[in-house]
Design a protein around this ligand. Sequence first.
Ligand code: AOF
Ligand code: ZN
Length: 410
Amino acid sequence: MKDIEVDEFFMEKAICLARNGVGKVNPNPLVGAVIVKNSKIIAEGYHKKYGDFHAERDAIFNYLKENGGDREGLNGATMYVTLTPCCHWGKQPPCTDAIIENKISRVVIGSRDPNPLVGEKSIKILEDAGIEVKRDCLKEECDRLNDVFFKYIQKKQPYVVMKYAMTADGKIATKTNESKWITGEGALKYVHTLRNKYKGIMVGINTVLVDDPMLNCRLEAEDITEVRNPIRIICDSKLRIPMDSNIVKTANQYPTIIATAFSEFENGEINIDKIKNSKELKEVDEETLNKIFELRFRGIILINAVKSNSNLKSKSKIKVDLKTLMSFLGEIGIDGILLEGGATLNEDALKSEVVDEIICFIAPKIFGGKAKSPVEGLGISKIEEAYKLSLKNLEKLGGDVMIGYKVCKK
Ligand code: AOF
Ligand code: ZN
């Protein structure tokens, strides 16, 4: 093998290790590391849990544990790590210190860390200590591990993945609105791995009214070591959610947020004592107030998210402003969201430019007729006005096809 192939071979291994942290490290990055000496892997590590050892320290720790604390064997070794090692004190001490102290002589890095606390500083620290540094090894593959982290660390906004399943003629339901089980088992199982991966799952109130979903993660123990349920976020501008819906009934089991859009409330978590104009209580009537009390009593977080200076004449038409909502969700640590529709919310999300990625499943079926497509609303007239996507990946899942797209930013 040529040198470059050797480096890529070991980086590939570090990438596989990083994936073990899916669903457990948010909002921190997925990172994997291997330590190689004389063309042999002598230690492996990855970031296992938020706040825990970074991948680099995990690999060094594993080596020392195996070798009775004798660090001599690390002298002259190469570390392959999927992200620039950190050089700051956070929940963990700087990884650059651990690399230098343990006399690792070469570091091969995949992604560049956009965290302003890390950046180029780490490279200089390592090089000044006489360590050879190589960058951008399998950079694209390494970057793909951390789409969520990269957006969140720079914008403090969640990375949003719109997911839908449709027939070969582009329908997400039949003409009578039946929409369950369009795709086969492989695709369904994959959706549950996505629910495990992203911190939040979001739907519109219509989906709750029509499907009465649970929005939890239903993976079997054999699929995964530890199942993590996403935080459920319901966009429900006028608080129409039925008290006997599965979402409300299971709020004590799964964390739930409902986003509303009442002009009388301030943006952010609803504070009943802080109604802007209490003399003009029109929308927020006695019944709504009681509902708010009861939902909060059941542990549901209620967030009001309206566009500031919203100059709509009819208050009842004000709806959840997704940009405002995303900022709030980012502030409370939600770094990634799986948007599971429906078609109206999908359109709103695209229009509001909050969507980063689309995962589209196509089932080998045709429904025909007047039935919903994944993105409803008014649509566009001219092809140039289309939302532009770029193809990310394409896979076969049983009889279904899964296509991943990145949404091109305007
Ligand atoms: C991780 N795991 O394996 C690496 C990270 O608060 P801390 O100390 O956990 O630091 C988090 C930052 O450290 C993170 O934003 C990223 O820039 C850097 N590297 N973080 O959680 C890891 N290598
Ligand atoms: Zn670190």
